[in-house]
Design a protein around this ligand. Structure first.
Ligand code: KMH
Ligand code: ZN
Length: 311
């Protein structure tokens, strides 16, 4: 098996400040958390930006400029920038990071879907929210469509190709693997692929063993096992570590981090992304899987290298 690529998803666009005081919000906090996660064993750090004043997800390149160089100066982790962004951002706003920063890796969301976090709203009383935008943002997701039409997909992968940014194909359900294989057949996506099976999002597939096996079998059938590497996300606790364990055993790779899960043990908030990475590394070592360094991960994924990014 390959050495294990651990991705740390540092802050995301759907974890809310009300959920955890440990969620990094400012550019400094996001960069510091990414560096610490890399030190703990993450070969790749997945980055979203948030408004420095109130932590609301933003696609503003000026905010990314305060985050990305600060990570690059302090560690050699692969920086994977989101093109999913946050609820309510337009596709044009979301893709802007690619020409602006030419990252080695960027997320590429493989289809339109409902992507809702509205059940979170029922867990908190009005006075618990830290910022005025949080409650409305959570509620807006109930009626939001995460837009990734075929025209969008073509535009996103063309833009990534122009800047030699490798797409990390986020597949939230089996149909997204069909969309991925369609784009391969159209010549829009180049092999080998880097697939991220995203499980446990409300609107997508679940995180059961059968769900992971079905995603993997479908990818093998449509794309060919020799033509892709895969990683898995299990949203929530304990799914984050359950699906990580499956991927460790099956030869896949794993993503952990506060974007997808805020707990390190049942009912115990993770105090950092590094703590979640440490747990994934511990699981891998217990199961006899070695951890990839950033350069080993670059090799496995065929990335262009840190010397060719635009930040
Ligand atoms: N928020 C995750 C469930 C992206 O940033 O483009 C999926 C994600 C997608 O990370
Ligand atoms: Zn993300």
């Amino acid at each position: 098996m390959d050495k294990l690529i651990v991705t740390a998803a540092i802050t995301g666009g759907v974890t809310m400040p009300v959920q955890s005081p440990y969620l990094p919000l400012t550019p400094q906090q996001i960069a510091d958390e990414a560096v610490r996660a890399a030190e703990a064993g993450a070969a790749s750090v997945h980055i979203h930006a948030r408004n420095p004043q109130d932590g609301k997800p933003t696609a503003d390149p000026e905010v990314y400029k305060q985050i990305l160089p600060s990570i690059r100066e302090r560690c050699d982790a692969i920086v994977c920038i989101t093109t999913g962004g946050g609820i309510g951002l337009s596709t044009e706003e979301r893709i802007r990071v690619v020409p602006a920063f030419k990252p080695e890796l960027a997320t590429f969301n493989m289809g339109s879907m409902n992507f809702s976090i509205h059940p979170i709203g029922a867990r908190y009383a009005e006075q618990e929210y830290r910022y005025a935008w949080e409650k409305g943002y959570i509620e807006a997701s109930r009626d939001a469509v995460f837009r990734n039409t075929f025209a969008d997909l073509e535009h996103f992968c063309k833009t990534m190709k122009e800047h030699s940014t490798k797409p990390e194909c986020e597949c939230y359900d089996v149909g997204h693997i069909y969309n991925t294989s369609f784009l391969v057949r159209q010549g829009a996506l180049d092999l080998p692929l880097w697939l991220q099976f995203v499980t446990g999002v409300l609107g997508g597939i679940g995180s059961a063993l059968e769900d992971i096996m079905y995603m993997k079998h479908t990818a093998d059938r449509l794309i060919g096992a020799e033509n892709y590497r895969w990683s898995v996300i299990g949203a929530g606790y304990p799914q984050q570590f359950q699906v990580a364990t499956l991927a460790i055993m099956m030869g896949g790779h794993v993503r952990v981090g506060l974007e997808d899960n805020i707990f390190v043990e049942r009912g115990v908030l993770a105090t950092s992304n590094a703590q979640l990475v440490e747990k994934a590394v511990r699981l891998a070592r217990e199961l006899g899987r070695e951890i990839a360094t950033p350069d080993e991960a670059r090799q496995l994924l065929g990335l262009k290298g840190m010397d060719r990014v635009g930040f």
